[in-house]
Design a protein around this ligand. Sequence first.
Ligand code: SF4
Length: 314
Amino acid sequence: MDIAFGPVPSRRLGRSLGINNIPPKHCSYSCVYCQVGATPLQEITPRCFMPPALIAEQVSQRLEAVRAHGEAVDYLTFVPDGEPTLDINLASTIEALRPLGVPIAIISNASLISLPTVRETLQLVDWVSLKVDCVDEALWRQINRPHPDLKLSEILEGIAIFARTFQGMLVSETMLLAEFNDGPEVLRPTARFLRNAGIHRAYLSIPHRPPAVRDVRVPDETAITRAHQIFVETGLETELLSAYEGDSFAFSGDLRRDILAVTAVHPMRASALRSLTEKSGGTMATVQAMVAAGELKAVEYAGETFYVRRQTAT
Ligand code: SF4
């Protein structure tokens, strides 16, 4: 197992050099959508997996190698095939990485955040992503299939406590699953919790790779657009994490490409698309052609037409 990998392009983090501080697959959850498969045995007690010095050495070597090839690295990101806060030495590893001078990020499932030691460790990094797929205990047990000793109420309280003092960038990630958590009755309380907790930006994602449970399905574009709008209406800065990760969102001179880049992140109102096409000297005919080609889908929501990128478009 490579401890350090990449950098990989990440829309959230730019060029992100990944750190595997936990061997696969030690996790407190066994999410139905996990791309690493089911968790053989859920764990909730942090313990030692690898010495911090070994991780820091391998990250340092990798960083040196990629920089020697002229590649930039924007973040060092803890993103193992498991839960990074299960590593009892995580704080020491972060301290050992600091001299490298690169901002540090962690992608966590948040399950251990009720532990003060885990909150203290997360305080040490610059960017934290916490998983919140829903705020309903029974549904959470169905989706995330947690260790039986975990309680969602304690996790949500831990997130709120952490958010009150964290000085870095705090984002959430909510995986949308058809018929699990893509309905308004589930999404509204989830969005309210995230807003009240003070999450800086909410990301909505969908399964991109084969999930642990075969009948898990990606919501259709109507449900994705509705979810995005519910989060936005709740007052959350919200982005979709679709399969499409490339391109900046500024006007590039290529209208079709710009539309695909923006709609991958935000469903666009027809009026916004019209103004983008006019700015580029084009017309809505381009949009209609993209709908006909199956690249975009028009979705009606709350009396308005939105355009969203189809998840199969490349
Ligand atoms: S938290 Fe992440 S690694 Fe753990 S089961 Fe869920 S998706 Fe897989």
